[in-house]
Ligand binder design. Structure first.
Ligand code: C2E
Ligand code: CA
Ligand code: CA
Length: 745
């Protein structure tokens, strides 16, 4: 569930940089478009402004040229339609007057620089240029175009203005020229048509005149150029016959260009700013996305990592397992899942505290990490549970040998700082051939196999077998039935005699639980006690047995009673309180009762065990170390916890027939217990020989089929009434023993 959510988040994140990049791209495109538009608009405005200016300049220049011509026309009119001129040309011709009023006027004049007087035939009379008479009669100043003007004036009809204007090219250059009939101001001509005279004025477009036009009309850089020069910023000067004489070209000010030059850098700067902004956005956005991505990856990794051990956690294991299974299907290889559950971790945690528990987990993780080897994935999937995935070649064989190595590893006590703790482990192994079993099912199978190891006595590995499912089902059903039986108080108690080793007098009984399962018959306590322990029923079951047997004990005033207590009951903090209540209820002296405990709990949880023992002793109870010789069996515990009695397990008793070594060991053990003032009971005594040897070894009490099987209270009653039966057996045994000792060898 959590993994799926993470996955989705990751997916949404993967699309995030695309979205950011897309947005930035759109933004950049918009910026480019806006800039292009602005620049284009600027360009248009500029060229339009340029164009306008060009038009204006052209019109101005055309006007200026016309004005230049008209000024000459006005001057010519003043001189030609002049009564004095008519007088001195026609009525009383006076060449001196003509020269001084026309010819001399050409000297440094602004109005005209050439003056020629023509007769009706077009022959030049007076001809002056720049105040000097022209030697050739002004030939170089009378080009064809000018003669056309002359013809025009000559043929002017009466009433029209006898004057013509136009531009001509002379030896001196291009100029405005005018031809006018010399006449009175009134227009009257006092001469025959064949004697008429005409005044020609030319006003050359000299450099200084061009400069003056340039200044007056604001046409910078105005120059006179060859007629072939044509451009957008030039105007041609044409002759009356339509021939281009020259071009007047100005330097375009191009105000549009100027303003564009002003604005363009600003726009470009803005564009650069926008580009930098975009780039910054992109870089920042990118780095944010990258950081988010690494954050997310780290978060995902963290979500799949166990903080304490640094290994993968349960989610991480599932991911790794799925990967391994996929690879197995591709490569035709197998996957093995090994489940590991620590035995006794809870006790370490409870008695030494969580700090020690944590360092134990870390130590175990480190140890496992070394053991698992190549092509494996190690994970911590719960408080004290680990999962190891084996993949690749020979996964199964490697898993088995690693399982063995792990068991060896836990065989040694672990040193945690100054403490030495001893924990075991139970392993479950499940195989997925070629990835045929999926992760969920494989996990279930490994878990089941691990539980089988636990039920089988811990400290072992078990491979999953389909039968386990049936067994589990059977056990589940059995647990349900057991719960019902406990609730209905159907757990019976039987009592096994315990006798004095020398007199064989019945001194005590051991209470043992019996369950006659409805529809199935009797179930061995070896089966239902562990089920009660794993399904949380042991507290009620154990106290039920104690209650029943205490009630029963009041009927047997001379006997003592032994009752078995499971480690599970010890873990219940209210246990000693419940026990005290039961004694009060039954009115039994606690000193008559011994509680039997196996050593496992004391090994795993010494501190807690000690405190519970103290509380039980305060009530007045005695505590026996049960099943000595069946397990770890250290006499050290006797001293450490101050047990009131030791019970030698039947497996040790029954090994007595197998040689001297066993006898010696038994003798040494009992001697040691006795030296600590701990009396010893031997259980599982089935033969006379065993009874003799145990008595000789120093056991003060004996228990076993030889003296009586666990039986009903009535059977104990019967035994109490016939004490001689057991005593006779003792006497017979003593006799046989004595005779044996008399025999030679
Ligand atoms: P245990 O505490 O070691 O009890 C002695 C077991 O040895 C009993 O088995 C008894 O029937 C058996 N036994 C006694 N003498 C002989 C003999 O001469 N030969 C052989 N082969 N066996 C002998 P049982 O009654 O089947 O109980 C098995 C175990 O179940 C007990 O072992 C004890 O650990 C557990 N148990 C039984 N009742 C209770 C109970 O009320 N509470 C708890 N916690 N455990 C119980
Ligand atoms: Ca016992
Ligand atoms: Ca036993």
């Amino acid at each position: 569930m959590r993994l799926r959510r993470l996955h989705n988040r990751l997916k949404s994140l993967a699309s995030r940089p695309m979205a950011v990049a897309g947005m930035l791209l759109v933004f950049a495109m918009l910026a480019v478009m806006v800039t292009t538009l602005v620049l284009t608009a600027l360009d248009r405005v500029a060229s339009y402004a340029n164009h306008l200016d060009e038009e204006r300049s052209r019109e101005t220049l055309v006007g200026a040229i016309r004005t230049f011509k008209f000024q000459l026309g006005a001057t010519l009119n003043d001189y030609a339609a002049w009564d004095d001129a008519a007088e001195n040309i026609y009525a009383a011709p006076d060449p001196e007057w003509v020269i001084s009023n026309f010819g001399d006027m050409t000297f440094e004049s602004d109005l005209f620089d050439v003056a020629i007087v023509l007769d009706q035939e077009g022959r030049a009379g007076m001809a002056y240029s720049d105040g000097k008479p022209l030697k050739d009669g002004g030939k170089g100043f009378l080009p064809h175009d000018l003669m056309l003007l002359f013809d025009q004036v000559r043929s002017t009809k009466v009433g029209d203005n006898p004057q013509a204007l136009g531009f001509v090219r002379t030896v001196k250059g291009v100029g405005a020229a005018g031809v006018a009939l010399i006449r009175k101001k009134s227009g009257e001509v006092e001469a025959d048509p064949e004697n008429r005279a005409y005044l020609v004025f030319i006003r050359h477009v000299s450099r200084d005149k061009v400069e003056r036009i340039s200044g007056a009309y604001v046409l910078p850089g105005l120059v006179l150029a060859a007629p072939s020069y044509r451009s957008t910023h030039s105007v041609t000067i044409d002759s009356p016959s339509g021939i281009s004489l020259a071009s007047l070209a100005w330097t375009p000010r191009a105000p549009g260009d100027l303003s564009r030059e002003q604005v363009e850098p600003l726009v470009k700067a803005a564009l650069v700013l926008v580009a930098i902004y975009c780039m910054l956005l992109f870089i920042i956005g990118n780095s944010i996305v990258r950081r988010l991505r690494t954050d997310e990856a780290a978060a995902l990794k963290l979500a799949r990592t166990d903080r304490l051990s640094g290994l993968a956690n349960r989610d991480g294991l599932h991911v790794l397992l799925d990967q391994a299974l996929e690879q197995a299907r591709d490569q035709d290889s197998d996957v093995v899942l090994l489940y590991l559950d620590l035995d006794g971790f809870k006790e370490v945690n409870d008695s030494y505290g969580h700090a020690v528990g944590d360092s134990l987990i870390r130590a175990v993780s480190a140890g496992l990490d070394v053991l698992v080897g190549e092509n494996t994935a190690l994970s911590r999937i719960g408080g004290d549970e680990f999962g190891i995935v084996f993949f690749g070649a020979e996964a199964e064989a490697r898993a088995v040998s690693v399982a063995e190595a792990i068991l060896d590893f836990f065989g040694e006590p672990l040193t945690l700082g100054e403490r030495v703790v001893s924990v075991g482990c139970s392993l479950g192994l499940a195989l997925s051939r070629r990835g045929s079993i999926d992760g969920g099912e494989l996990t279930r199978q490994a878990d089941m196999a691990m539980y089988a190891s636990k039920e089988g006595g811990r400290g072992r590995w078990t491979a999953y077998h389909p039968q386990m499912d049936e067994e589990r089902e059977t056990r589940n059903q059995m647990a349900l039935d057991l719960r019902a039986a406990i609730e209905k108080d159907e757990i019976e108690v039987v009592y096994q005699p315990v006798v004095d080793s020398s007199t064989f007098d019945l001194v005590s009984v051991e209470a043992l639980a019996r369950w006659n399962r409805a529809g199935h018959g009797p179930v061995s306590p070896e089966i239902f006690i562990p089920i009660a322990e794993t399904s949380g029923l042991i507290d009620r079951l154990g106290l039920g047995v104690l209650r029943r047997s205490l009630t029963q004990l009041s009927a047997w005033p001379g006997l003592k009673l032994s009752v078995n207590v499971s480690p599970g009951q010890f873990r219940d903090p209210a246990f000693s309180g419940h026990v005290a209540d039961l004694f009060r209820e039954a009115g039994i002296d606690p000193r008559r009762v011994v509680l039997e405990m196996t050593e496992t709990y004391f090994i795993q949880n010494p501190e807690r065990a000690r405190s519970v023992l103290e509380r039980l002793r305060k009530i007045g109870l005695q505590i026996a170390l049960d099943d000595f010789g069946a397990g770890f069996s250290s006499v050290g515990y006797l001293r450490q916890f101050g047990f009131d009695r030791m019970k030698i397990d039947k497996s040790l008793v029954q090994s007595l027939g197998q040689g001297h070594k066993a006898v010696e060991m038994l003798q040494a053990t009992v001697a040691l217990a006795r030296s600590l003032d701990v009396p010893v009971t031997a259980e599982g005594v089935e033969t006379d020989q065993q009874a003799v040897n145990l008595r000789l070894a120093g056991c003060d009490q004996l228990q076993g089929y030889l003296f009586g099987r666990p039986c009903s209270p009535e059977a104990i009653d019967a035994l109490l009434q016939r004490p001689m039966e057991l005593r006779a057996k003792a006497a017979a045994l003593a006799f046989a023993n004595h005779r044996e000792s008399l025999l030679p060898g």
